[in-house]
Design a protein around this ligand. Structure first.
Ligand SMILES: Nc1nc2c(c(=O)[nH]1)N[C@H]1C(S)=C(S)[C@@H](COP(=O)(O)OP(=O)(O)OC[C@H]3O[C@@H](n4cnc5c(=O)[nH]c(N)nc54)[C@H](O)[C@@H]3O)O[C@H]1N2
Ligand SMILES: Nc1nc2c(c(=O)[nH]1)N[C@H]1C(S)=C(S)[C@@H](COP(=O)(O)OP(=O)(O)OC[C@H]3O[C@@H](n4cnc5c(=O)[nH]c(N)nc54)[C@H](O)[C@@H]3O)O[C@H]1N2
Ligand code: SF4
Ligand SMILES: [Mo]
Length: 723
């Protein structure tokens, strides 16, 4: 027996192989680098992830999502063949047939209803190369103006505010390396503790070095644990809060008059308007005490260096871009920007949330942040793409407005790549109805997501381990993700799919690419001299370094910190966002029928609509179902018990969800994550109120009611002595 075991073990060792794949996490905007170790013993594969130090941003760290990301790639539910829906059932078909079918269906729709009857819907997880190609595919192969992407729900408010104030939109003005040396941090509506956990050490170090940290969030979170002061405003009131803070900064003499005079425009008017802001009123609107507002303002004002960082908590509102503008006003008025240790940033969300918004998958945009309505930009891109400028479509509409056009029958065909719009759009019931109205829906994905299930044809795509390409992280740092796992032969890369389809649509010549690198070479030319200038970045350089854009030539080191001497407006000055009372929060929507405010967001273990993380066993077991956070005092008013199923209702729809008692949330506010689909999708209740400037929906503030799911039978009194 011993002999046998010995022999078996030796055999096992002989047949055990270890393969190390260097990669980058497919999830959030930090883009942590790691090695995935595949250990094969006989036919059994075991995986282990180890962070590596290839990224200066994550510095050898990864979080639980990164450590388990590979699990979705090896999940049995992954689709490996094109699937055509026949009589309600998906049937595997060859690629040639799938591509030909798609081309024919889209062409037939366009023949009957015009080119704009087919739309394209992209995402911020796609690489820069695919983002670029998807924009080109819509405009050159399909010749449609209708293309937009999920970043509309993510970065658009911050992008609009940054463009208006600074003339450029890059997530962070400074590298994260500056954070430890700052003296005061304001974290407004950002939960880095759960959403970008590997950058938390920069903040901890700042605190150790004496920095004062202020967190603004209606809930206690992993991030508020870092805070010296936690302001807990009512959802949607951040613009008023920022105005209150600025008013104190001005009244108490914390402004930097020299910076204002030499580097900004519009301060005088703003200061005049701010004189009407009343601190007691701000306190009443926001629910934050005047004392705390004063403390926060003084701490930021007194600090020699300071940072303000925002994220979706203040941005995903019908006044999101205006609110971000109010926070930027604070940085400008105190001159805390454009130098080491001081700056402003909106923390980017998706893996390529930054690059995804630069290279042309937005309705009004061409690569490099060029404008599709600017004559010069149109000419440059039309020449590069070898088409007539007059054939380049003009701007289309935003993501949710595309959904409306589907419901109205104006968009009849849709090509989705890298998004799950059925779950991530607001007004979920209507969105589902709109997608069902389509004559032809094609989805390119790794899984039968809630949207893919509705499709007429689904195309299987490569995963992050298989698909090489560049991604731009929250610092504006361009990184090259290697792909060391061979992909199943029946699957294609996103870019290959686009090139093939373009061929079937008669535009093959403009899509004659044989690698991601070849596409990047064209992207470099398209962005040369543009705002997001990638011309100086090459795969060769990225194989041994990471580079922050703008990077105009190959000798240029890249730009880690913006605004040292100039802002990006023509005169080099930044512009203050004026006060506009019609943008202030409207409380009249809360009434007896819908007396509570729901806000939505993220959990540590899941990612967005959960298509990938719900298929990663170790992540799913941490958080199995969505829970509705509710204060026990509030729950008592509505007769709700802890962990019981409740009906959450708004004027748009209903969700059945389990109540979770927590004293960490405001009593007038509820919180739910949006990582689940179908009847558990929280977007079934959210409102499609859009920011008028950037069209961001109001994901973070919905008037709702909540009741127990099952009307409880009256509790019977058991007479004494009987059982
Ligand atoms: N674990 C995990 N990490 C992620 C993601 C994920 O899905 N899961 N997604 C990635 C993406 S795409 C994004 S965009 C980012 C998002 O990153 P964040 O914006 O940090 O995440 P959210 O949870 O949406 O919202 C942040 C905080 O805003 C608070 N909040 C809600 N309403 C308000 C309000 O009215 N005012 C204020 N001041 N705060 C409010 C919420 O309580 C929440 O704690 O995360 C990225 N990282
Ligand atoms: N209520 C509420 N709703 C929200 C938000 C909120 O805070 N609250 N946040 C919004 C935000 S910030 C965002 S970013 C959106 C995101 O929402 P979605 O756009 O729906 O994002 P995902 O859930 O990541 O969906 C991406 C899909 O693409 C697939 N995929 C991943 N990588 C690739 C790839 O490389 N190629 C292809 N072809 N497919 C790929 C995945 O399997 C998945 O099915 O949700 C928004 N919706
Ligand atoms: S989810 Fe974000 S923080 Fe976590 S490993 Fe991935 S990139 Fe890093
Ligand atoms: Mo996002």
């Amino acid at each position: 027996m011993d002999e046998f075991l010995k022999h078996f073990r030796t055999k096992q060792l002989e047949e055990s192989t270890e393969k190390v794949m260097s990669t980058q996490c497919p999830y959030c905007s930090v883009q942590c680098t790691m090695d995935l170790i595949e250990d094969t013993v006989l036919t059994n594969k075991r995986f282990k992830s180890k962070p590596n130090k290839n990224s200066p941003t994550s510095g050898g760290r990864m979080c639980i999502k990164g450590a388990n990301a590979h699990q979705h790639v090896y999940n049995d539910e992954r689709i490996t063949r094109p699937l055509l829906k026949i009589d309600g059932e998906f049937v595997p078909v060859p690629w040639e047939l799938a591509s030909e079918y798609i081309a024919k269906q889209f062409q037939s729709i366009q023949h009957s209803y015009g080119n704009d009857a087919v739309g394209v819907y992209g995402g911020g997880s796609l690489t820069n190369e695919v983002t670029y190609l998807l924009g080109k595919f819509a405009r050159v192969a399909l010749k449609t103006k209708h293309i937009d992407y999920n970043g509309r729900f993510c970065m658009s408010a911050a992008a609009a505010a940054s463009n208006a104030a600074f003339g450029i939109d890059r997530g962070l003005s400074n590298s994260l390396q500056d954070i430890p040396d700052t003296n005061c941090l304001i974290l407004a509506g950002t939960n880095i503790g759960d959403c970008q956990p590997t950058i938390v050490p920069y903040f901890r170090q700042a605190k150790k070095n004496g920095a004062y940290i202020i967190v603004i969030d209606p809930r206690e979170t992993a991030t508020t644990k870092l805070a010296d002061l936690h302001l807990k405003p009512k959802p949607g009131t951040d613009a008023s809060l920022a105005q209150g803070l600025l008013k104190i900064l001005i009244d108490e003499g914390f402004i930097d008059s020299e910076f204002i005079a030499s580097r900004t425009n519009g301060y005088k008017e703003l200061a005049e308007d701010l004189s009407s802001v009343n601190l007691l009123r701000v306190s009443e609107v926001t629910g934050v005490s005047a004392e705390d507002i004063i403390t926060a303002a003084r701490k930021y004002g007194e600090a020699q260096n300071g940072f303000i960082l925002t994220a979706r908590g203040v941005e995903q509102h019908a006044n999101g871009s205006y609110t971000v503008g109010q926070f930027i006003n604070m940085a400008l008025a105190t001159g805390k920007i454009g130098r080491y240790g001081s700056g402003f940033g909106s923390i980017t969300g998706q893996g390529n949330g930054q690059g995804g918004r630069e290279h042309g998958q937005k309705a009004d945009q061409l690569p490099g942040y060029r404008s599709i309505e600017d004559d010069e930009d149109r000419k440059i891109i039309a020449d590069l793409w070898e088409i007539n400028e007059s054939d380049l479509p003009r701007k289309g509409v935003s993501a949710y407005e595309m959904i409306e056009k589907m419901a109205e029958g104006e968009i009849k065909g849709l090509f989705v790549m890298g998004s799950n719009p059925a779950v991530s759009n607001p007004n979920g019931v209507y969105t589902e109805h709109a997608l069902k109205q389509l004559d032809y829906l094609v989805v390119a994905d790794m899984f039968l997501s809630e949207t893919a299930r509705m499709a007429d044809l689904v195309l299987p795509v490569s995963s992050y381990l298989e698909n090489e390409g560049t991604l731009t992280n929250l610092e504006g740092r361009v990184t090259l993700r290697k792909a060391e796992k061979p992909m199943p032969k029946t699957i294609k890369h996103d870019w290959e799919i686009l090139c093939d389809l373009a061929g079937y649509l008669g535009a093959g010549e403009a899509f004659d690419f044989s690698s991601a690198q070849a596409i990047f070479e064209e992207l470099r030319l398209a962005t040369k001299g543009a705002t997001a200038d990638y011309y100086g970045i090459s795969y060769e350089r990225l194989s041994h370094e990471t580079i922050c854009w703008p990077c105009p030539d190959e000798q240029h080191p890249g730009t880690e910190r913006l605004f040292d001497s100039d802002f990006a407006h023509a005169d080099g000055k930044a512009i203050f966002t004026p006060l506009d009372l019609k943008n202030e929060v409207d409380d009249t929507m809360i009434n007896d029928e819908y007396p509570l405010l729901l806000t939505t967001g993220r959990l540590m273990s899941h990612y967005l609509t959960g298509v990938q993380t719900r298929r990663s066993a170790d992540l799913l077991k941490r958080e199995k179902e969505p829970l509705l956070d509710i204060h026990p005092d509030t729950a008592e008013c509505y007769g709700i018990q802890d962990k019981e199923l409740v009906e959450l209702k708004s004027s748009k729809g209903t969700v059945i969800i389990r109540a979770n008692f927590t004293k960490s949330i405001r009593k007038d506010t509820l919180f739910a994550p949006f990582h689940w689909g179908d009847s558990q999708s929280v977007n079934r209740v959210t409102q499609p109120r859009l920011d008028p400037v950037c069209k961001m929906p109001e994901f973070k503030r919905t008037e709702v009611s909540v009741v127990p799911l099952v009307e409880k039978a009256p509790i019977l009194q058991v007479p004494e002595g009987k059982t």
